[in-house]
Design a protein around this ligand. Structure first.
Ligand SMILES: *Cc1c(COP(=O)(O)O)cnc(C)c1O
Length: 388
C-alpha cells in the first residue's frame, strides 16, 4: 500500500514503544522496574470519579458542544484567571482530547507549509512530529550548554522571517527544569520585539519543588498576552491521563478556528468525562498537593541514589517527575544504554535521543518507592558492569 508522504516524515513514539516492551516482559513474569512512565502512578481522586459516574447516571451520554461543556469552559476560565493571572473568557477556551490534542489542533490551525516553529531541545518528543504533520518546519535549538533552558540570545538568533511560533514547556518534560520569572520575562521580551507567537505548555505547572515558582508567560503584560497561547490539561496534576481531557486558551479567532477543525475531526471530548474535570477544578485541591508531596519524596531518594553513581550526573530538577541523566561517560548511545539496561537489569528507561539529546536518558519517578530503590540499585550495578 502506498501511504501518504507525511507518514514517512514522523517517527513512532519511542516512549510508548519502550513502555510496551517493559509491560510485555512483566506479563511474562519478569521482575521489571519501570522508570519509563510518562504518567502519575496514582489512581484518579475519588471525588473526580464520582462526578463522572454521576454524570453518566444523569444521562450525560450524548454529543455535546464541540468546544466543550459550557460549565467546564467557565471553570477553566476561572482557573486561568485566579491561578495564572490570565484574563481568558470561556470563548477563549476549547476543551480537547488531552494536552497533546490541543497542541496538534493548534499546529493545524496556525501553520502554513514552510512556517517555522522554534523548539528548544531537549523537547517533549511529540512537538517536532506535530509540527511536521501540519507541514511546518521544526527548528531545534540545543540548550544543553545553557542548563537546558532557552536563552533570549538563542531565541533571537533562531528567529527568521518564516518563524511563526515558539514552543515553551516549563516545567519541562524531559528535564524537569522550571524557568524563573526573570527568564520567562526575558523570553517574553524577545517574543514581543520580534512579533512571533508562543505556545506555553503548562501541563506540569502544579508539580514543582523546593519553592520553585511557575509563572505563565502570558501574564506578564498585554503585548505578550496577545501573542500567547496556553496548552494544558488534567492528566498530570489530577492523575487523569486516560480520561483524555486538555484545553487550549488563546485569541477568540484562533479558538474558533480550532473548534472548526475539531468539529470535523473528533467533535466533543467524552461528555461525562468532562464532568470529572469540572469536579477536579471545583473540588478541594488537596489531592494535587498530596501527589506533589509523594513525588517530592521520591525525587529526593532517586537523586540521592543517582549522585552515588560517579559515572552519571544530573541537574536537580525543579518540576515534573523526571530525572534527565547524563550518561556521556559510559560511551554508550542512549538507545544502546536503555536496551542493555532493560535486557541485563530489567529496568525500563527512555533514551534521550527521543527528546533530541543522545547523551542522556530519562528516568521517571512516577512509581512506588520500593521500585525506585530496587531500580536505582540495579542502575548502579549496570553502570559498574560497563567498567569491568
Ligand atoms: C503529558 C504531556 C502532555 C499532555 O498529555 P495529555 O495526556 O495529552 O493531556 C503535554 N505536554 C507534555 C510535555 C507532557 O508531558
Amino acid at each position: 500500500m502506498k501511504l501518504a508522504a507525511r507518514v514517512g516524515e514522523v517517527t513512532p513514539s519511542l516512549t510508548l514503544a519502550i513502555a510496551a516492551k517493559a509491560k510485555a516482559m512483566k506479563a511474562e513474569g519478569v521482575d521489571v522496574c519501570s522508570f519509563s512512565a510518562g504518567e502519575p502512578d496514582f489512581d484518579t481522586p475519588a471525588h473526580i470519579k464520582a462526578a463522572a459516574k454521576q454524570a453518566l447516571d444523569e444521562g450525560k451520554t450524548k454529543y455535546g458542544a464541540v468546544a466543550g461543556e459550557p460549565k467546564l469552559r467557565e471553570a477553566i476560565s476561572h482557573k486561568l484567571k485566579t491561578d495564572n493571572n490570565l484574563n481568558y473568557e470561556a470563548e477563549n477556551i476549547i476543551v480537547t482530547n488531552g494536552g497533546k490534542h490541543s497542541l496538534f489542533n493548534l499546529m493545524l490551525a496556525l501553520l502554513n507549509p514552510g512556517d517555522e516553529v522554534i523548539i528548544p531541545a531537549p523537547y517533549w518528543l511529540s512537538y517536532p512530529e506535530m509540527v511536521k504533520l501540519a507541514a511546518g518546519i521544526p527548528i531545534i535549538v540545543d540548550t544543553a550548554d545553557t542548563g537546558c533552558k532557552l536563552t533570549p540570545e538563542q531565541l533571537n538568533a533562531a528567529i527568521t522571517a518564516k518563524t511563526k511560533l515558539l514552543i515553551l514547556n516549563s516545567p519541562s518534560n524531559p528535564t524537569g527544569v522550571v524557568y524563573t520569572p526573570a527568564e520567562i520575562s526575558a523570553i517574553a521580551k524577545v517574543v514581543v520585539e520580534r512579533d512571533i507567537l508562543v505556545v506555553s505548555d503548562e501541563i506540569y505547572e502544579k508539580i514543582v519543588y523546593d519553592g520553585a515558582e511557575h509563572i505563565s508567560i502570558g501574564s506578564l503584560g498585554e503585548d505578550i498576552f496577545a501573542r500567547t497561547i496556553i496548552s494544558s490539561g488534567f492528566a498530570k496534576a489530577y492523575s487523569m491521563t486516560g480520561w483524555r481531557i486538555g484545553y487550549l486558551a488563546g485569541a477568540k479567532e484562533l479558538i474558533k478556528a480550532v473548534s472548526t477543525i475539531q468539529g470535523h475531526s473528533t467533535s466533543n471530548v467524552c461528555t461525562f468525562a468532562q464532568y470529572g474535570a469540572i469536579a477536579a477544578l471545583q473540588g478541594s485541591q488537596d489531592c494535587v498537593e498530596q501527589m506533589r508531596q509523594a513525588f517530592a519524596e521520591r525525587r529526593k531518594v532517586m537523586l540521592q541514589k543517582l549522585n552515588e553513581i560517579p559515572e552519571l550526573s544530573c541537574a536537580k530538577p525543579d518540576g515534573a517527575f523526571y530525572l534527565f541523566v547524563n550518561i556521556g561517560k559510559t560511551g554508550l548511545t542512549s538507545l544502546e544504554f536503555c536496551d542493555a539496561f532493560l535486557e541485563k537489569q530489567q529496568v525500563a528507561a527512555i533514551p534521550g535521543i527521543a527528546f533530541g539529546t543522545d547523551d542522556c536518558i530519562r528516568l521517571s519517578y512516577a512509581t512506588d518507592m520500593a521500585s525506585i530503590e530496587k531500580g536505582m540499585d540495579r542502575l548502579d550495578k549496570f553502570v559498574s558492569s560497563l567498567q569491568a
